[in-house]
Design a protein around this ligand. Structure first.
Ligand SMILES: Cc1ncc(C[n+]2csc(CCOP(=O)(O)OP(=O)(O)O)c2C)c(N)n1
Ligand SMILES: [Mg+2]
Length: 679
């Protein structure tokens, strides 16, 4: 096909595509084009170019390759379809509509982009059961898809092919493949030989600013080839070529990238082949002309009966395979385990293992870094929770996320439960979202808290989609010492506390670490970040009954006598606050210490109870991080002791002294706050 982006050549290419015979497959694709045009005109908002350009490829995929049954979009052994280029959402909604998915009727398409419509601006997980993941931030979809594909392999290794035997298909755009995360994700998928992953790249050579050549000149196929992918280039408007490439992908021993040469906005007389068709309605005149050029005459939001019937048939293609699968499941020896794993409910054994560990911690009161405590927890949980799948972005020995016996996932061998993600934090977090969304797995990761910045966009999507992913984030403060300010998080706790639906846990000792892990594991509806220390910290608790972290904060040590001050801290600073309490007690100042391991849970408590915990006396917050947000608990008269800027390189104890986060400094702040200058 002709070069892209140059108007004359693009016009000629479009004319030659439009002159091809109107086969049933072409008319089925045109139905998707017309629906996209209609919905976007109705909304007066949206992205017509991509759905129009990729309609042919999508029609071939959905009618001949994708395993699905519109009658049950959550069938566990369905193929997963990920529209990574989420701006082309009308392509997905159109496909769901024509294949007969309940909840995506024409009336819903007519409400495209309106409040509470299942046809939201970008695909939203949860808005419709057939939407596998939220997309829109370019690159996330393809990286999430790697997790879907990996989850399939890992579950197939555990439950066998008769229950788990499906594929992951992605439509990705130029922007998806330019994003850095696509490099991490594709590299990981190639390394792990995820042969059931196929990406159809909408190779239209156009993005928002214009021709791709403005910003990109790499050879994308060579790039994927170098990652270990099979690659193929096809005319994205030629059904036979597309089908041949998809058949090849089905047989491949590697993941496959199919470059589909397409014309963005095909048929639109002035906008086809240009960025003008990317992200704005065509407008009534251009829309009508585009339909005319396609030879499409049906009224808006309708299909000619013969085309509608063909699409409905495609929607029911998976019915017999699904029913056969249900019969296999019914008699399968692992049925109960399989269903429990998919339901995401850790077994009772998890609870028992934690109870035993907590009893041991209460009795022995170990002084450990909380990352070591986390390792103790994992050693208890991982053997009894087979859904837990661990990993680290090349920091296993620091994050302490590996448990003996897990076995590593390796290229072509997916029976292990530990993933060496390599130095790919963003790809790791997105793949974990895919694993969680796939179902049947509870992924946890490891890296340094500082590098959560490299995962943030994926964590944000996990929060938005309410997915249970657990990130073990060690080296959580200046307490990591000598590695210095590049490695010392100061704003990270505050920034993730600002992100809706994320639980940020920062346990104070081994007991709290066990409790926080328990809460993260039980939390079925959102991501948890567990911030853990590099340096050792003493045991502070000997009670074992209730999970005291469950309320987010609690009085760890009450004042002896009426409270004159409340010291409120998290993580390793709780022990420092306890030492300050002892100093103050010697001076006759009655201080309570409140541990605040999870603000989100604390904020959800009854306000009166919270006030009781925090108390009416002088409040002093202590955290080796910046104080942003602490006024929420300290009020206008409170005092914060922590970081005011970046850290420094030195041994940890020296840094705590240098930055004034010591028992002595806390005691001095209390004296000042109480107007006492003695002692
Ligand atoms: C991470 C991210 N950056 C920027 C955007 C805004 N944006 C939406 S689509 C797009 C690029 C459009 O080009 P392409 O991906 O090739 O899609 P096409 O126009 O061909 O449909 C951009 C920059 C985004 N959605 N996500
Ligand atoms: Mg493009």
């Amino acid at each position: 096909m002709a070069a892209h982006g140059e108007a004359g050549l693009a016009d000629a290419a479009a004319a030659s595509v439009l002159a091809r015979p109107l086969t049933p497959m072409r008319r089925m694709a045109d139905a998707l084009r017309a629906l996209a045009i209609d919905a976007i005109e109705a909304a007066n908002s949206g992205h017509p170019g991509m759905p129009i350009g990729m309609a042919d490829a999508a029609a071939v995929l959905w009618t001949r390759f994708l395993k699905f049954d519109a009658a049950d979009p959550r069938w566990p052994d369905r193929d997963r379809f990920i529209l990574s280029a989420g701006h082309g959402s009308m392509l997905l909604y159109g496909l769901l509509h024509v294949t007969g998915h309940a909840g995506m009727e024409a009336s819903e398409l007519a409400r495209f982009r309106q409040l509470h419509s299942a046809a939201a601006g970008h695909p939203e997980f949860g808005a419709h059961p057939a939407i596998e993941t939220t997309t829109g931030p370019l690159g996330q979809g393809i990286a999430t898809a790697v997790g879907f594909a990996l989850a399939e392999r890992m579950l197939a290794a555990r439950f066998g092919r008769s229950l788990v035997d499906h594929r992951t298909w992605v439509i990705a755009s130029d922007g998806d493949l330019m994003e850095g995360i696509s490099h991490e994700a594709a590299s990981l998928a190639g390394h792990l030989r995820l042969a059931r992953l196929t990406v159809l790249w909408d190779d239209n050579a156009i993005s928002i600013d214009g021709a791709i050549g403005l910003a990109n000149s790499e050879d994308t196929l060579k790039r994927f080839s170098a990652y270990g992918w099979g690659v193929r280039r096809v005319d994205g408007h030629d059904a036979a070529e597309i089908a041949a490439a998809l058949s090849m992908a089905m047989r491949a021993k590697k993941p496959t990238l199919i470059a589909c040469r397409t014309i963005i906005g095909l048929g639109a007389p002035t906008k086809a082949g240009t960025a003008a068709s990317h992200g704005a309605p065509l407008g009534a005149t251009e829309a009508a002309a585009a339909k005319a050029a396609l030879g499409w005459t049906a009224p808006p939001f309708t299909l000619p009966e013969d085309i509608a019937a063909r699409w409905r048939e495609a929607g029911a293609r998976g019915s017999a395979p699904r029913r056969a699968w249900l019969r296999r499941l019914a008699h399968h020896p692992l049925r109960v385990e399989f269903e429990r794993a998919l339901a995401g409910k850790p077994s009772e054994a998890a609870h028992e293992a934690l109870t035993a560990l907590r009893a041991d911690l209460a009795a022995n009161r170990p002084k450990l870094a909380t990352r070591q405590s986390s390792q103790r927890v994992l050693e208890a949980l991982v053997p009894v929770v087979p859904e837990m799948v661990g990993g680290s972005a090349d920091l296993t020995g620091s994050n302490l996320t590996f448990v003996k016996g897990m076995g590593s996932v390796a290229p072509g061998a997916y029976g292990g439960r530990y993933i060496h993600y390599g130095v790919r934090e963003h790809g790791m977090a997105a793949a974990m979202n895919g694993m969680a969304l796939h179902g049947g797995l509870i992924p946890y990761s490891g890296t340094f808290l500082i590098f959560s910045d490299y995962m943030r966009p994926a964590i944000r999507l996990a929060a938005l989609m309410r997915q249970r992913v657990i990130h073990v984030l060690t080296h959580d403060s200046i307490g990591l010492g000598e590695d210095g300010p590049t490695h010392q998080p100061v704003e990270h706790l505050a920034s993730f506390r600002a992100m809706p639906n994320v639980f940020v846990f920062r346990p104070a000792d081994a007991m709290e670490t066990a409790e926080c892990w328990d809460l993260a594991l039980r939390r079925g509806d959102g991501p948890s970040l567990i911030a853990l220390s590099r340096q050792a910290t003493p045991a502070l608790r000997e009670d074992v009954g209730e999970n005291r972290c469950a309320r987010g904060g609690y009085v760890l040590a009450e004042a002896v006598g009426p409270r004159q001050t409340t010291l409120i801290a998290s993580g390793t600073e709780v022990a420092i606050a306890m030492a300050a309490r002892a100093i103050l007690a010697d001076e006759g100042i009655a201080a309570a210490v409140v541990s605040l391991p999870c603000w989100e849970l604390f904020a959800a408590q009854d306000p009166a109870w919270r006030e009781e915990v925090l108390g009416g006396a002088l409040r002093v917050g202590v955290e080796a991080a910046c104080g942003f947000g602490w006024d929420r608990w300290l009020g206008p008269r409170g005092v914060f002791i922590g970081m005011n800027g970046f850290g420094a390189s030195a041994p940890a104890e020296e840094l705590y002294r240098h930055f004034g986060i010591t028992p002595g400094a806390i005691a001095a702040a209390v004296r000042r706050g109480l107007g006492r200058n003695n002692g």
